[in-house]
Design a protein around this ligand. Structure first.
Ligand code: A3P
Length: 325
């Protein structure tokens, strides 16, 4: 039998198994070896029961806001570095560890009906996040929202411009979406970030490689915008939260904002900030035609996937597919 000091042993081990360098966080309470060294003052209840995974620009903030109206649906504490989003499973935060993540959640206590959740809108299209999320939260429920991917791409582009992202300010939307192999890296990256999240079927299937169909609710973001009261009923049934509250007393259409907002008192509503529901010119016809063609195969795949899952086909998707027959 031969051995070496721990650091050397570690380095030999990771040379042999480089794929294991990346940590994978699992629920300590599901593993008796972890439980044996887990501090008595820590609780595995400080983890989300469900995740709102995005993608960005599909109404995720409205959904987050509306969920927060329910007294038993409690989101993470705000992150000082990423605004309200913790973004644990994507990027550098994952390396900050489980303790770091758990500190974003209160301990709901034993026998509590409280359901904790996280909304991080860019989880949806990440290759790594589904497996990481599943390793830690195999029983979690997932909610994603989808709108016409072309509309999403345009809203995202407008969002980048509003945030003064130089590359988005430098190119028209048409230049971004049609950028080819000879374009600068900056422009190709922008195109990728703009269009890739709209490959809905591909990303949903990545999640379903880990989670069951029944664990995922797919919301039509257009329906959320136009009839959030119905959608919030559906969401509550999916989450099996008890009691179910009546959102018709909580949400009201605000004609000035042009969206549903939270009822705060008689004749008073609180809407999302000016970042959400921006005013911008309509998408130009050339880009509309280009994107209708670009997203066609992705939309067909989505329609097949939703049918196979026994889920309704959103009106915008039916329209997209019949328009181009
Ligand atoms: P626009 O600003 O392009 O209109 P997200 O929160 O995921 O970034 O999505 C933002 C989009 O949510 C907005 O895009 C807006 O159309 C949509 N939305 C849906 N319901 C809304 C609501 N009640 N208030 C504001 N925006 C809402």
């Amino acid at each position: 039998l031969k051995t070496v000091e721990p650091l050397k042993l570690g380095s030999i081990y990771f040379d042999m198994f480089p794929g294991e360098i990346d940590p994978v966080w699992r629920n300590p309470c599901n593993d008796k070896r972890h439980m044996a060294i887990w501090s008595a003052s820590k609780s595995c209840r400080r983890l989300p029961n469900f995740l709102v995974i995005g993608p960005q620009k599909t109404g995720t903030t409205a959904l987050y806001d509306f969920l927060g109206i329910h007294p038993l649906l409690v989101s993470n504490y705000n992150s000082l570095t990423t605004y309200e989003e913790v973004q644990f499973f994507k990027g550098k935060n994952y390396y900050k560890g489980l303790d770091w993540y758990m500190k974003f959640y209160p301990d709901p206590g034993e026998d509590s009906n409280v359901m904790l959740f996280e909304k991080s809108a860019n989880y949806f299209d990440s290759e790594l996040v589904p497996s990481r999320a599943y390793a830690l939260l195999p029983n979690a429920k997932l909610i994603c929202t989808i709108i016409d991917p072309a509309k999403r791409a345009y809203s995202w582009y407008q969002h980048q411009r509003a945030h003064q992202e130089i590359s988005a300010l430098s190119y028209t939307f048409y230049e971004v979406v049609t950028a080819g192999d000879s374009a600068t890296k900056e422009l190709r990256d922008l195109r990728y970030r703009c269009l890739n999240p709209g490959h809905y079927a591909y990303h949903i299937e990545n999640w379903l490689d880990h989670y069951n169909d029944e664990q995922m609710l797919i919301i039509d973001g257009e329906k959320l915008r136009l009839n959030p009261i119905l959608v919030m009923d559906e969401v509550q049934r999916f989450l099996q939260v008890d009691p179910v509250i009546d959102y018709s007393t909580k949400l009201k259409y605000n004609p000035k904002k042009g969206f549903f907002c939270q009822v705060m008192g008689v004749n008073h509503t609180k809407c999302l900030g000016k970042e959400k529901g921006r005013l911008y010119p309509e998408m130009d016809t050339q880009s509309q035609l280009y994107l209708a063609h670009y997203y066609r195969k992705h939309n067909i795949a989505l329609s097949k996937l939703l049918t196979s899952m026994g889920r309704p086909i959103p009106t915008w998707l039916k329209e997209q597919l019949t328009d181009q027959k």
